[in-house]
Write a protein that binds this ligand. Sequence first.
Ligand SMILES: C[S@@+](CC[C@H](N)C(=O)[O-])C[C@H]1O[C@@H](n2cnc3c(N)ncnc32)[C@H](O)[C@@H]1O
Length: 181
Amino acid sequence: MVARLQAGGRMLDFGCGSGRVAMAVKRAFPAAQVTGFDIDAQSIQRAREAASGQNLKIEFATAPPKGQFDLVTICDCIHDLAAPVETLRQVHRLVKPEGTLFIVEPKAADRLEDNRNPVATMFYGFSLFHCMTQSLACGGPGLGTCMGPGQTEKLVREAGFRGFRMLDIKSMTNLFYAATP
Ligand SMILES: C[S@@+](CC[C@H](N)C(=O)[O-])C[C@H]1O[C@@H](n2cnc3c(N)ncnc32)[C@H](O)[C@@H]1O
């Protein structure tokens, strides 16, 4: 993936918010064609301003992306989705057959009783006030911030991805996965 991005490969940050991941990738791989997509117009506006302030050429849009990408990232987003499987099916179509979906989710265990620690307590707080609530308000399942690796894998596989593995990246707050079509 590093070689592909260095050689001008295509990268999409799905649910890019204000663009921090897309900008980090563009800074690391200046030749890569970097795109960010989010349904929230205000976030896209903020992302455009931040990228232009740093002289980074990135296409940010609220319109669904076209074509296929070597790398699609979906960071801190799956648990927020109102229609997770349908949206992940859309994401699946955006990944090239030999491409990768990189997933970041909050660090939480599958079982409520295994989430008795300060980080999970903080995440449950976010969840009540934003993640779970906004998904429920849109008629979604309200997966919430602490959905855990088991639920993440189930959703990703249901959406059509055949490869799924947790990546060995150490973090106090996040879990990282790679899924392949
Ligand atoms: C917690 S934010 C994370 C933003 C960014 N990925 C980051 O890590 O900074 C979740 C984002 O997902 C976006 N989102 C939610 N549902 C979406 C959908 N169906 N399609 C695209 N973006 C979506 C939200 O608008 C929000 O910007």
